[in-house]
Unconditional design. Structure first.
Length: 111
């Protein structure tokens, strides 16, 4: 014969209420001064984005303005940029670069 199983005892757990800590306000993020430092451009890069010293972040923005204005972004693969004569002087004599190579190529042309 099968033995009868004992009924499990039901226990009630008590939950302690914890006082909530006051939430700290996040401090505003300060821009890194190194990114805002104006850099001197080479003649080749200056022909594309302008001759006056500007920060690295602004150089990339101006390159994108030039790319959009002249329709240099590849139609099929939009990550690629077809270089014209002015941009070939900056990025070497390549016919095409990827958008990730933009920031890499700038480093050789700034001080």
């Amino acid at each position: 014969m099968a033995a009868k199983k004992k009924a499990a005892k039901k226990t009630v757990k008590t939950v302690k209420k914890v006082a909530k800590k006051p939430v700290k306000k996040a401090a505003k993020r300060k821009p890194n001064a190194a990114f805002m430092k104006p850099l001197t451009l080479s003649a080749a890069l200056g022909a594309v984005v302008g001759a006056k010293p500007i920060p690295r972040t602004e150089i990339v923005k101006q390159l994108w303005v030039y790319i959009k204005k002249n329709g240099l972004q590849d139609k099929k693969n939009r990550r690629n940029i077809n270089l014209d004569d002015k941009m070939k002087a900056v990025f070497g004599n390549k016919a095409q670069i990827t958008m990730f190579d933009l920031a890499k190529g700038i480093g050789k042309h700034v001080k």
